[in-house]
Ligand binder design. Sequence first.
Ligand code: ZN
Length: 473
Amino acid sequence: MKSSLNNSEKPNIIFILLDACRRDRLGCYGYGKPTSPNIDKLAKESVVFENAFSVGNSTNPCLTSIFSGQHILTHGMIQHVGTEQKEIDRLNKSGIKLLPEILKENGYNTMAFDWLGRWQKRGYDYYDGLGEHEFKIGLFGVKLPYETADGSVKKFKKKVMQNNGKPFFAFLHFWDTHSPYSPPSKFIRKFGKYDYPSINSSETPLEWATEWIHLLTKNSKEVFARYDGSINFADFQIGEIIKFLKKKEIYDNTIIIVTADHGENLIDHHIHFSHYALYDTTVRIPFIMKIPNINSTRIRSFFQEIDFLPTLLGYIGIKHPKVEGKFFDLENDNKNEENRKELYFVANDAAMVAFRDERYKYIYEPIAGIEEIYDLKNDPLENRNIVGRDKRVDSKLRDKLGGVIMKTKKVKEMVYGKNKLVYDKLHYSLMSKRISFLEMMLKNKEKEIEDMYDSKAYKLINAYRKFRGKLGL
Ligand SMILES: [Zn+2]
């Protein structure tokens, strides 16, 4: 159906990213609570990827992979925070094209409602960046700028109404699902009690962070309700987008993608409300694509964020440079089986790397030298580390990741230079977020922490403590 808002043959594309949204908290992926009625309804008309994975655990690296079709070690943007200009310059000179640039060259109006900025701004006619948004206090007491999803949707509608007949590409980045999970309280109340003080009521960020930590160690259920409420708030906004598209008669000719850049640990693996580490809680993501004239189906083959760009562009008939991602056939999943039997992941700052196939996950943390192997067939929640149980399995998995570890070293040298001290200092400073969190907890709640954390976590804490001593921090 053609409308004056898009009189081209090409469909509009709306890419909605729910930051840190876990796949298993959505109804269409089996969650029992009603967090996502609008997404579930959309999923019924869409291609739903059962086995979609991120490439890492932090926003900037993952999003760069989604929009470039290249893995983290190839595009080289390994850090979420602290990215230096030289890295951005290197990416800009690399010839790697980002999805909005390709779409713009092919006649699309491009718009983004996000605040990451810098290289993530490339290719947009309109980019709603930093500047006018309210700063809110997030986890660890860090102030973060937010536009809430309702604000983004309002701006999105306005921009679409100004569209001049060309197809449009809109990127909506909803941060509401990211900690500290603070949607309007009525959304939280649907899922549990709400008597936690407002995030702005604390005197200082530290005071707020301390209260938050107290809450999550004492009453995780309340934080779960906040997380579910956040997803429900984002879902409500997706419902608003769909209503608007239908009213303007452009729904039928619009591709809609709903996904997450990475998942989230709630209390899994002793990691509280953060996307640290590379367990499936963090790397398994929802991925839903509604494409005009493609029947709804479930794709079971492994699909990774890098596969999105070639798949999308393949379906709308736009050529792109060669990328690591593969084209997926959305009408015959048998054709995809050989595409991606093995996956690898790179954590923020390349602080950890991991390999996964259908049977095993191997995670390697190079500084403390920690290895973890999980037998996913018998232990899908990755609770029992089996390193050392079968030497053949260990060595096969080490071989699988060997090349990635070498490449990681090279990329880190490129990013930080060969100055080991700077390298370690940066690594430490990024990782220390988790450590200071643990340390703060240790200080206040020694006994509880002892019960809560296993020897693996202590080993990591101690390794970083040693580094801190070495660096004089
Ligand atoms: Zn993120």
